[in-house]
Design a protein around this ligand. Structure first.
Ligand SMILES: CC(C)(COP(=O)(O)OP(=O)(O)OC[C@H]1O[C@@H](n2cnc3c(N)ncnc32)[C@H](O)[C@@H]1OP(=O)(O)O)[C@@H](O)C(=O)NCCC(=O)NCCS
Length: 152
């Protein structure tokens, strides 16, 4: 987890933060919430004179599944639908996500969904264990997603 709370109250405050809720979708199975997804629309980098054209064209995604429901493909199904929403419904041009390099479950999920590993940072991120960890960055362009859909 990228965040840990010292008390239930602190957790509740973070959970109910309107900025967080605005970027959160839930994964439901038979009416029970079994996980959540993050969808944060953002600007792409652009040269300053053409910045307007890069506003809100991409999204950072995130996911978390209850440990009781892992290993059955639910996260993959939910993230696949989230990616479809990004490209088909919202018309975005690129999605991206990061994970610790040792978070194999997360990067395997991204590879199942044809996301491309395009970044490997070395000992960039401080973990609460005190270790500086490597990160992987993955991305997918709308045209790549469409090509995978066409060719299965
Ligand atoms: C990342 C996370 C969502 C991945 O969960 P997951 O259970 O591996 O993902 P899925 O629900 O898609 O299940 C896929 C697994 O189920 C297996 N599976 C079993 N039945 C399946 C089915 N019918 N369809 C698809 N996959 C199936 C797959 O083979 C895969 O296992 P594998 O990776 O060993 O091959 C989960 O580990 C998690 O919530 N971690 C904590 C939060 C976190 O780290 N978030 C990311 C921060 S960057």
């Amino acid at each position: 987890m990228s965040s840990r709370s010292a008390s239930l109250d602190e957790y509740r405050t973070k959970f109910e933060d309107p900025d967080r809720l605005a970027k959160t979708l839930v994964i439901e199975l038979d009416g029970v919430v079994i996980g959540d997804l993050m969808l944060a629309i953002e600007d792409a980098w652009a040269q300053s004179d053409i910045q307007e054209q890069a506003r809100g064209v991409q999204a950072e995604l995130g996911w978390c599944l209850s440990p009781d429901h892992t290993g059955q493909g639910y996260a993959t199904e939910a993230v696949a639908e989230l990616i479809r929403i990004c490209f088909e419904d919202l018309g975005l041009r690129r999605i991206k996500a990061d994970c610790f390099a040792d978070n194999e479950a997360s990067w395997r999920l991204m590879e199942r969904l044809h996301m491309r590993r395009e970044l490997h940072t070395v000992r960039e991120s401080l973990h609460r264990s005190g270790q500086w960890l490597d990160d992987f960055g993955y991305a997918l362009l709308a045209e790549e997603w469409r090509a995978h859909r066409r060719h299965g």
